[in-house]
Design a protein around this ligand. Structure first.
Ligand SMILES: [Zn+2]
Ligand SMILES: [Zn+2]
Length: 143
């Protein structure tokens, strides 16, 4: 078995994932859904092509959020510890937005590769947060 490019998991360790392709975008999403889902100011997302995420240990719980448009946003998380793992977004061609914290290891390892290249839904960004230098700014979805 070859080593996957990216490995991650949830806080309690029940769920582990592996990804063997490179991300399309390093996104920082300021939408209100991400704020509520994370309980935080925003969500750093590592955006991979559809079908990239493989669950290699345990199983995920799904919250399937059907929007008024008929598009689905599918949130995969650990049913035991509640860690958000990734979201599949119909409106963006079913890309898989893996939550950056999924890759966190001890002492800040595992997430060093990340630097936001785009900020999404800047219209609902917390007012006290400065823009990330060099990151493309989108008021809503990337266009
Ligand atoms: Zn867990
Ligand atoms: Zn969002």
């Amino acid at each position: 078995m070859t080593e996957a490019k990216y490995r991650g998991g949830c806080l309690c360790g029940d769920v582990k994932i592996a990804i063997d392709v490179e991300p399309q975008l390093h996104a920082l999403c300021h939408c209100t859904d991400c704020q509520q889902e994370s309980g935080s100011a925003n969500m750093p997302d590592v955006v991979f092509p559809p079908g990239s995420v493989k669950v290699v240990k345990g199983s995920t719980t799904l919250f399937d959020d059907e929007k008024p448009s008929g598009n689905h946003v599918r949130h995969y998380f650990c049913g035991r510890c509640g860690s958000s793992l990734w979201t599949s977004v119909d409106a963006l061609g079913k890309v898989e937005a893996v939550k950056l914290g999924t890759f966190s290891g001890p002492d800040g390892t595992g997430t060093e590769f990340f630097k936001p290249t785009g900020e999404l839904f800047v219209k609902s960004k917390q007012k006290w947060l400065p823009a990330v230098e060099g990151a493309q700014q989108w008021q809503g979805m990337p266009s």
